[in-house]
Design a protein around this ligand. Structure first.
Ligand code: BEZ
Ligand code: FE
Length: 256
């Protein structure tokens, strides 16, 4: 018997029971909820549901007091194995990719400010219409996904387009529940990145475009003020975004 399962599942069930009593849940509502659970499974939406409504609390609990840059949720749209790009770094995209071209650059350091050479940035984002390659119709496989490395001074830079905001799928059970509750289904425009380097904790985070709608009403509750970025218009009509990442050292395991 696991004490952890006993206590955790027992507590969750107790809170569900309390909500049923408090809201006087009917048999019709209970049957509708059972059908909804089945629908979420059949649609393959449990990862989506978890990452929209639960992950942000797990992330905050796990990493809220970690030193260095803020992290946030991973979400369901990361695909491992994106190509390692060569300089000059530019995320793979269509020849007629829509959206504002932007240069993203900065430095990766330790919490002590020392530059980290050869840190890896695994980057993925939606296109200007809010569509992720591999999950939504439109962009080809691998679009706007890639990995870049820092140079000897800890500097990274790459070219991409500014992504658009997007809704979680509206036609599935998660979207239907969100609509039934009257909640906004939108996520603000953001770029995902996992920054990793030997000897440091991987940083899973997202950078949010300051001019995006929905920064105050993210359906996934994952926006943090420290993660809002400010694209600046440069001479040729494109944009530049600067953001530095500070990594926390790996936590050494307790010595037995
Ligand atoms: C995302 O950031 O891409 C995402 C996060 C949670 C749910 C859906 C998408
Ligand atoms: Fe996303």
């Amino acid at each position: 018997m696991s004490d952890r399962v006993n206590q955790l599942v027992g507590d969750i069930l107790r809170r569900v029971h309390e909500a049923i009593v408090e809201h006087d849940v009917t048999y019709e509502e209970y049957q509708a909820a059972k059908q909804w659970f089945i629908d979420v499974g059949e649609a393959g939406e449990w990862p989506l549901f978890g990452d929209v409504f639960v992950e942000h609390v797990v992330e905050q609990q796990a990493f809220g007091d970690r030193v260095g840059s803020k992290g946030t949720i991973l979400g369901p749209f990361h695909l491992p194995g994106a190509p390692l790009l060569s300089p000059p770094f530019e995320l793979p995209h269509r020849s007629d990719e829509a959206g504002d071209r932007t240069h993203v650059w900065g430095h990766v350091t330790g919490h002590d400010g020392k530059p980290i050479a050869d840190a890896n940035l695994d980057i993925w984002q939606a296109d200007a219409e809010g569509r992720y390659a591999g999950f939504m119709p439109g962009p080809p496989d691998g679009n706007l996904r890639g990995q870049v490395r820092t140079d000897a001074t800890g500097r990274y830079d790459y070219i991409t387009v500014i992504p658009g905001p997007y809704t979680i799928p509206l036609d599935g059970p998660t979207g239907r529940m969100t609509a039934a509750a009257g909640w906004s289904p939108w996520r603000p425009a953001h770029i995902h990145v996992i920054v990793s380097a030997e000897g440091f904790e991987p940083l899973v985070t997202q950078l949010y475009i300051d001019s995006s709608d929905y920064l105050d009403s993210d359906v996934a509750s994952a926006v943090k003020p420290e993660l809002i970025i400010h694209p600046e218009r440069v001479g040729d009509g494109s944009y530049a975004i600067s953001y530095d990442f500070a990594l926390a050292p790996v936590l050494l395991g307790a010595i037995a």
